[in-house]
Design a binder for this molecule. Sequence first.
Ligand SMILES: C[S@@+](CC[C@H](N)C(=O)[O-])C[C@H]1O[C@@H](n2cnc3c(N)ncnc32)[C@H](O)[C@@H]1O
Length: 186
Amino acid sequence: MIYEPRDDSYLTAKYVKKLAKGSVLDVGTGSGIQAVTASKNKKVNKVLAVDIQKDVITHCKKTIKNKKLNFKQSNLFSNITETYDTIIFNPPYLPKDPNLEHDHTYDGGKEGYEIIEKFLKSASLHLRENGIILLLFSSLTNKKKVDSFIKKYKFQSKLLEKQHFFFEDLYSYQLTLKRTKIIISP
Ligand SMILES: C[S@@+](CC[C@H](N)C(=O)[O-])C[C@H]1O[C@@H](n2cnc3c(N)ncnc32)[C@H](O)[C@@H]1O
């Protein structure tokens, strides 16, 4: 299923437009909205957009023609070998309803945050020096958990914007890798 852009997509795109730079990786591209937005930024030279769903990639390849943009199927970073200046992830962030079939567009795992942890666990391997991650999640995802994963995987976060909707708050974060101080004693 292709995720039609919604509030979370537009909030993410607002900061992709402002902050994307260099070589960009859009994880979970869906309709391709973040990848296309990034490609319009003059500071961006190329964009790779990936999604776990084969149909999504086939659809994007067919409908989006853009010299800066490439699409390929990947489960998070499973099919990614390069490093990037900007990584974008507007993930599926809801707790899975055990009575329904798994839906890649919404289900972030049993609690809703599992996919974000999996993403953060490997993200630093694909981030260049001074690179940024633009990550979106919701109050329905469990903010405390997301903040704890950010710390665990050695990122620091900056809240770009919090938007309140009728049933949830959306958080747009910019993440960077924490610099580790090396102290050499004489
Ligand atoms: C909430 S939608 C966001 C779509 C689009 N980026 C946007 O901002 O509108 C989440 C997308 O992530 C994809 N996705 C889910 N699990 C994934 C995984 N493990 N690896 C890559 N993509 C995944 C889904 O197929 C879906 O297209």
